[in-house]
Design a protein around this ligand. Structure first.
Ligand code: UDP
Length: 338
């Protein structure tokens, strides 16, 4: 029988985590969110979902919460995600991504939680030898961010072997867009991701957009990425949970659609959706960027019967733009500060 216990969601008040919390609720699952609100926001989650403001790496606290809420599974979204920052502050990344996950796994084992869905990243692959990238491709991260995520993967796999934990490691490609119902979206104050920055740019925020490198060996010279809608990714988490709850094997799965769009194609989609021209500046390559990252999505579709609903760049951009407009409206209606 499929498990119906409470799901402890770390980082559930963040961008991807909050979409998963809404999806869990729509799927009839109970969730308790653990978030330190360092980047998350309580307004992004349903009002009737409990938010515990705590560090996901606080073993004693997490073990107590597991008992208190009857948790049978964990979705671990909390972590640090900015590649450039990870180069400047590697130890913070090893602490937040590897160290916290270590403590969380220990808390799960002590509390009797045996199902663990982990937010990993395509950054574990580094520069791929061939495309699309399958899960068995070599893992050769190019930066501390990718290394820290790969370390957490390793710990989960070894703990599973030794202690009977079941895991689903989900390696995200480029997550973008926002909840189609407008309940949550990417709210970071200092975004680095292309789609968010481009949407802000056409709405007159920021100081314009740059194309980081136009001399790559790709059809239009700019980098190609596999952009996937955040709601499809949230559904993949639910499907992973059901898979494990139904007794399925532990898995590592790429999360992407298996197609690619270049930076120029993304900017064209944003311009078309907004009806505004952008005049991007051409800048140097960003250190550490691979020319092309596209997922082989066969395994996730086969193992989880995952059927993405928003594999459409224009739709992804439309929801991202709607969310930016919502944020602007919220700011303009907020009372003026002191
Ligand atoms: N990019 C860009 N201008 C920006 C932000 C990103 O040209 O303002 C490029 C970046 O160099 C990469 C692609 O867009 O080739 C996607 O970058 P993003 O940071 O969104 O995701 P990443 O692939 O690094 O996870």
């Amino acid at each position: 029988m499929n498990d119906q216990g409470t799901v402890l969601v770390t980082g559930g008040a963040g961008y991807i985590g909050s979409h998963a919390v809404w999806a869990l609720r729509e799927g009839g699952r109970r969730a308790v969110v653990v978030d330190d609100l360092s980047t998350g926001n309580r307004d992004l989650i349903p009002g009737d979902v409990t938010l515990v403001i705590a560090d996901a790496g606080d073993r004693g606290r997490i073990e107590a919460l597991i008992g208190e809420y009857g948790c049978t599974a964990v979705m671990h979204f909390a972590g640090s995600i900015v590649v450039g920052e990870s180069v400047d502050k590697p130890l913070a990344y090893y602490a937040n991504n590897a160290g916290v996950t270590l403590n969380l796994i220990r808390a799960c084992l002590a509390g009797g939680v045996k199902r663990f869905v982990y937010s990993s990243t395509a950054a574990v692959y580094g520069q791929p030898d061939r495309l699309p990238i399958g899960e068995d491709a070599p893992t050769r991260p190019l930066n501390p961010y990718g290394h820290s995520k790969l370390m957490a993967e390793r710990m989960l796999r070894d703990a599973a072997q030794a202690h009977g934990l079941q895991y689903a490691i989900l390696r995200y490609f480029n997550v973008a867009g926002a909840d189609p119902k407008g309940r949550t979206g990417q709210s970071s104050q200092r975004p680095t991701h292309l789609i968010k920055r481009a949407c802000q740019s056409v709405l007159g925020l920021g100081d314009g957009i740059e194309i980081f490198g136009a001399d790559y060996d790709t059809p239009d010279g700019t980098c190609v990425r596999d952009y996937l809608h955040v709601s499809d990714l949230a559904e993949a988490h639910l499907a992973a949970l059901s898979h494990l709850g139904g007794g399925g094997e532990s898995v590592i799965l790429n999360c992407g659609y298996g197609g690619g769009a270049s930076v120029r194609q993304v900017l064209a989609a944003v311009e078309a959706e907004a009806g505004v021209k952008m005049n991007p500046r051409q800048a140097d390559r960003r250190p550490g960027d691979a020319a092309e990252l596209v997922a082989d999505a066969k395994r996730i579709k086969a193992v989880l019967d995952w059927q993405p609903r928003h594999d459409d760049l224009r739709y992804i951009v439309r929801t991202a733009l709607a969310w930016e407009r919502h944020l602007i409206a919220c700011r303009s209606s907020a009372p003026a500060g002191p």
